[in-house]
Design a binder for this molecule. Structure first.
Ligand code: ARG
Length: 585
């Protein structure tokens, strides 16, 4: 079913053409959701820019538009306000019929897009043998949410985990492995590296203090690059160990990803350099092969180089990204490529995109975007750390969120004198704890830093996951109490919506599709959180003001339908954020 905006836009186009001829360009969006509900539900400010080009007063222009605007099947008679704003208010009967259609639709009236795209989303992407840190957690949560929304819209999404599994540090790591754990390579399952991070530190310390070890490490890099079986085996062992650690976090968070690390692109790197040469972009700077960038200036005021091959012949992070970009366009047929990393990598991506652009590797129809996000801070405003000042391990962080949630649930259950099984409590704590972590992250505009606080994210009031899940639970409570099966409310029913809080809720329910369309463009998941938060608030107002089970028909059924559509919208919306709901809590 068509969104209301999608219905209104052609009506305005038609009215403009009828009033002023079809050559006129409006110069502003034709119609949008009203900025303030006081003025109605939708508004058009198009008369103002048009007034200039037509040399007529804007109110006169607005009047002429209204003469030709045909919206009486969905709106009350439109009005003109102030200097020439056109305000539209939806009719209650139209709202009722739309809600009815949504209720009858498994996808809540949201059709898949007409022109699905092939989209690559590069997210999460931790580094082998290193800590997966809170920055990777943000990338994981935001990238997964964007993927879920685009998938729901019907796009063909490839979720890629561009893990850092290649580079000179592997020489050091495999050398240390063969010295400190000599049996690991010959005995299967013998490897108990435990904390890989500690392993990395030990190896690094050895590397920094022992010259002979350094020499052996450099040789090991060469061996690895040449495909030497022993070096390869050691490398695979480390990757496998890290992969198992990462998988635990992905499992907890229900994240699906295809691993395609940096090493995957090894064989394509030499071509990147030679093709840049063919394109006339390659230069040499102090023995390194590079491309001089436009718009990036170094301290001396000279163009900054992007190095694609070091003087020792090795390749860089940027070379791999150029190869990956080409592979995604030519082999994966991507029409849109989305990279989700912290804002600190904005320059890296701007440079890679620029070089690919100038080399002619990005066809006009392909969009490449970097989706940056801010830092995760502790409540003291500084980088998130443990109390003793160490970096927080992600598994600990997630477990602690679940533990906090569990403490809250137990307190509530005791206060309400309920007896609940430990399975019940464990499940609630898991859903709420992990949901709260995801929601706290997604509900912020991703470009700003966000303050990590267990207390805030787990609060039952406010813009939090528990608040939204609770609104869902309330509806399930209605169905239990009234013994209602929402699926059996009947198709031939006629809804009647009269109370202001019913109308406000119904209008909001009709806007999900428009919100998702916006996110598909600007990739800001916080819009969905805001939508769902307002939905919960509007539902709670309705619930406080309108008796449901005690009302008489047709009001009772209408309200049950509103409650059901609200719950299903919450469930769908939360699932697009990667958050589960509960039937009871
Ligand atoms: N491994 C990188 C890091 O931890 C992130 C990779 C992002 N993706 C990319 N194609 N460069 O910072």
């Amino acid at each position: 079913m068509q969104s209301i905006l999608a219905t209104l836009i052609p009506r305005f186009e038609w009215a403009l053409a009828a009033a002023f001829g079809s050559e006129l360009t409006p110069g502003a969006p034709l119609v949008a959701i009203a900025s303030n509900p006081k003025f109605g539900d939708y508004q058009s400010n198009v008369a103002l820019p048009l007034a200039k080009s037509l040399a007529q007063p804007p109110r006169v222009v607005a009047e002429q538009i209204l003469e030709h605007l045909q919206v009486d099947d969905l709106c009350l008679p439109p009005s003109i306000a102030g200097p020439g704003f056109i305000n539209l208010t939806l009719q209650p009967t139209f709202l009722a019929s739309q809600i009815q259609q949504i209720q009858a639709s498994p996808r809540l009236g949201i059709d898949p897009v007409a022109d699905p795209q092939r989209i690559v989303i590069d997210f999460s992407s931790p580094n082998i043998a290193k800590e997966m840190h809170v920055g990777h957690l943000r990338s994981t949560i935001i990238g997964d949410c964007i993927a879920r929304i685009l998938e729901f819209q019907g796009h063909d999404v490839l979720r890629l985990n561009h893990v850092g599994d290649w580079g000179t540090q592997f020489g050091m790591l495999i050398t240390y492995l063969s010295e400190a754990y000599p049996t690991a390579l010959t005995t299967s399952e013998a490897l108990e590296l435990g904390d890989l991070v500690a392993f990395y530190k030990q190896a690094k310390q050895r590397f920094d203090t022992d010259e002979a070890f350094q020499m052996r490490s450099r040789q090991a890099v060469v061996q690895l690059q040449q495909g030497d079986p022993k070096a390869t085996q050691a490398w695979q062992l480390l990757c496998g160990q890290s992969r198992r650690e990462f998988a635990k976090i992905y499992d907890d968070l229900e994240i699906k990803l295809t691993e395609r690390g940096e090493s995957f692109y090894n064989l394509l790197l030499a071509d990147v350099v030679s093709d840049l040469d063919k394109a006339g972009l390659l230069a040499t700077d102090q023995g390194a092969k590079c491309v001089f960038l436009e718009g990036f200036i170094n301290k001396q005021g000279n163009p900054q180089p992007l190095i694609v091959q070091k003087s020792d012949g090795g390749y860089n992070y940027a070379t791999t990204d150029l190869a990956a970009l080409r592979h995604r366009i030519t082999q994966e047929a991507a029409q849109r490529i989305i990279y989700v990393t912290d804002a600190g990598q904005a320059n890296h991506f701007a440079q890679v995109f620029q070089v690919a652009e100038r080399a002619g590797w990005i066809p006009e129809a392909v969009q490449v975007v970097h989706v940056p996000f801010g830092l995760v801070q502790g409540e003291d405003g500084k980088k998130l750390k443990t109390r003793s000042g160490e970096t927080i391990r992600l598994r600990d962080l997630l477990q602690e969120a679940v533990a906090h949630a569990q403490a809250d649930v137990k307190t509530r259950v005791a206060k309400e004198n309920r007896t609940e099984s430990s399975d019940f409590i464990a499940n609630i704590s898991q859903v709420i704890g992990l949901g709260a972590v995801k929601y706290a992250d997604l509900s912020q505009n991703r470009t700003s830093n966000y303050v990590f606080s267990y207390d805030k994210m787990l609060a039952l009031q406010g813009n939090t996951a528990p608040y939204l899940i609770y609104a869902y639970v309330r509806v399930q409570g209605i169905s239990r109490k009234g013994n209602i099966n929402f699926a059996d409310l009947g198709e031939a029913l006629t809804l009647s919506l009269e109370e202001p809080s019913e109308l406000v809720l119904a209008k909001h329910l009709l806007q999900l599709q428009e919100v998702l369309n916006e996110i598909a463009t600007d990739l800001l998941p916080n819009r969905l959180c805001q939508y769902l938060f307002e939905l919960s608030q509007k539902f709670n107002q309705f619930y406080g003001q309108c008796p449901v089970l005690q009302a008489a028909d047709p009001t009772r059924t209408s309200r049950l339908v509103l409650a059901d559509v609200t719950a299903r919208t919450l469930k769908l919306g939360l699932s697009l954020l990667g958050i589960n709901v509960l039937e009871r809590m």
